[in-house]
Each structure stands twice: as structure tokens, then as C-alpha cells.
Design a protein around this ligand. Sequence first.
Ligand code: XBP
Ligand code: MG
Length: 252
Amino acid sequence: MELKALIFDVDGTLAETEEGHRLAFNAAFEKFGFDWQWSPSVYQGLLQVTGGKERMRHYVSTAFPDQTDRFEENIVELHQYKQERYAEIIKGGEIQLRPGIKRLILEARQANLKLGIATTSTMLSIKTLTTSLMDEKAFDWFPAKGCAETVPSRKPDPEVYNYVLRELDIGPEEAIAFEDSHIGLTAARAAQLATVFCPSRYLPGDSSEGAMVVLSNLGEPDKPSDYLAGLKMENTHVTLADLRSWHSQAQG
Ligand code: XBP
Ligand code: MG
């Protein structure tokens, strides 16, 4: 089967965004009078729960069960406030796209490949990141966007990827997914998608079991990627030719 589409996870894959999310969550807790803050190490553990609201509910129910009622009364507004702070952080320019992401997406557009996004984050976070870090029109480069609002279940459930495949009107054997976490890789693999895995800063030890190729990142001509496992890489950075070659090898 021909390679017809690339499907990208967002957080940790398009950009190392989780530190921005963490700071935004903490700003929201403070704003709404909840006296806890998530340290990097606590947040790293909480990333095992996907979806911001789900993550916060899990934390409060386990760490501050006596505040679950008051938290539940505020969670919608609190998460909206958190998203606004996160958008400011992204627009502030401290977080950039990971190496090779924009280069490969532009190459895929040139070759008329379809593009999709599959994230447990929100449509606002997709819009903010694509228009701020990629191109002011980049939100429209991805006709299929599986996210918190369009798909009720969360990774590692594969539904977000199955949704994107349906929206793109293609089968999993015609696409490649890009992920940064074991949870996301599990979701992509459960949707039968060959996956390029570039572990992110917050999840360096995540298992790459099932990935077609494992790399430090997609690389740039002047910033070589480190090959970590899986099908062999011919270049020092990932090109569309590499993806087509891996895709046909993975098809067997
Ligand atoms: C990562 C997530 C998200 C973010 C927080 O999503 O699990 O919940 O951590 O963003 P992915 P929200 O790696 O699938 O892109 O608060 O918008 O959920
Ligand atoms: Mg991710």
C-alpha cells in the first residue's frame, strides 16, 4: 500500500510542551485558591494520566480527597484558565517545535500527503501551537484533528487514531504515526499504525516497544538525529524518502 498520510501526536511530539502545561496548571491552581503546585517530578508521574481534566481529577481524588467537591465545582473554569495561560506561554516563544517537525510537514504537503493530528489535548492547544509555532495558517494544514473535544476516550485507547483515519478516509496501512510517549505509542499501535517514536524530555525512559523506528528526534540537515532502535536510518535526519522506505519495509 502507498504511504498517503502522516498523523502527529501534539504534546511532546510536535514540541516539548509539557513544561508549559505544568506551569499553566500551577497558575490555575493558584488562581482558584487550591494550595498545591505540581513539581516536575510529580508532573512526570501524573503524565501517566492523559487529558488535563482527567489528570487533575486523578490528582485531587488521591492527594486531596477532601477537596474533590470544591474542585469539581471549579474544574471547567479552572481548565479554561489553564488553557489561556498555556496559550500565553506558547505565544511567548519559549517553546519551539522539535527538530525536523516543520521541515517534514512542509515536505509532506509538497508531496500531497494527507496530514492528521491525534492528541488528548484540546482543539485550542492545537490551534495555539500550530498557528504560533508552525505557520499562521497551519491549523488548516491538518484536515483531521482527533482531540479532547472530538473523541471522548483518551490514549492509550486507539479511538483518537481510528477517528483520524476515518476522517482522512484511509486505512492504517496507508499512514505513519509520530509519538513521544509509551501511552501514545500504545494507542497508535492498537490502531495498527506503523509509528516513529521520538521519546520526549518528560518521558525519557518510556518503552518504545512496538515502534517501527526510535530516534532522539526527526533531525535537521545541520542537527543530526540519534538513531536509537528499529528499522535502519539511511540519513542523519528523517526525510519523506526515509518514511516511504520504512513504510514499505514495515508492510513486508
Ligand atoms: C498530552 C496530554 C495532555 C496535556 C495537557 O497529550 O496528555 O493532557 O498533557 O493538555 P498528547 P490538556 O501527548 O496526546 O498530545 O490540559 O489540554 O489536556
Ligand atoms: Mg504526546
